[in-house]
Design a binder for this molecule. Structure first.
Ligand code: GRF
Length: 216
């Protein structure tokens, strides 16, 4: 069983999807540690409801980004996870920690990268009248939302769509695709080798990444 660490900042609905997929054996791994940078985040309560303790590393307790990253790095070293999942983790990680865990950290981002790195992706999709919206799961590099892409989930943006409806749909596909990808990584079917994502035994790959369209 692979050891998974999940980092969260908010409601933790993706954390819940990962925990449930582990307990129902849809992921060949277990959530061994959950880390949150906000003691008031709903995700902390959510994790506790599954009897999982949360390590709080509050970024406000540190005077610099480096100090926060160092504390996080030390804690993660103690946990020695096989995979670190940033699931709604709203802090930017610096070069040192991302290179320490190179090939072991993945991030979930709510846009079809390289479109819209950073915040407010749903608003940007609506402002630009985009036909599609979606999510990207990628390995984390030192650059924000820019590491090697593993998989993307896409949806159609309908004419009556608003921010709330998009958030609901995005969450829906995140809760399906993220556990699937975590499982493939745990099984050794997805790896990062020399900054390139390498796939084994997977059939849904187009132009070097997994791309799935969801009818919602
Ligand atoms: C997700 O939509 C994720 O893509 C974004 O923040 C949201 C986190 O949701 N970065 P939750 O905390 O997992 O409910």
């Amino acid at each position: 069983m692979k050891k998974i660490a999940v980092l969260i900042s908010g409601s933790g609905s993706n954390l819940e999807a990962i925990i449930k997929a582990c307990t129902s054996k849809k992921i060949e791994g277990t959530v061994e540690s959950v880390i949150c940078n906000d003691p008031k985040a709903y995700g902390v309560k959510r994790a506790k409801s599954f009897n999982i303790e949360v390590k709080i590393i509050n970024h406000k307790d540190f005077s610099s980004r480096e100090d926060f990253d160092n504390e996080l790095e030390n804690y993660l070293m103690q946990c020695s996870p096989d995979l670190i999942v940033l699931a709604g983790f709203m802090r930017i990680l610096g070069d040192k920690i991302t290179s320490t865990f190179n090939g072991k950290i993945i991030n979930l981002h709510p846009s079809i990268l390289p479109l819209y790195p950073g915040l407010n992706t749903h608003e940007k999709v609506l402002q630009n009248n985009d036909k599609n919206h979606g999510i990207t799961i990628h390995y984390v590099s030192g650059e924000l939302d820019a590491g090697p892409i593993i998989a993307q989930g896409l949806i159609e943006v309908k004419s009556n769509e608003n921010k709330g409806s998009l958030i609901k749909k995005i969450h829906k596909i995140e809760h399906v695709l993220l556990p699937e990808i975590i499982n493939e990584i745990c099984k050794g079917n997805i790896k990062l080798q020399k900054d390139v994502v390498v796939y084994k035994n997977l059939s849904t790959i187009k132009n070097g990444i997994i791309r799935k369209f969801y009818e919602l």
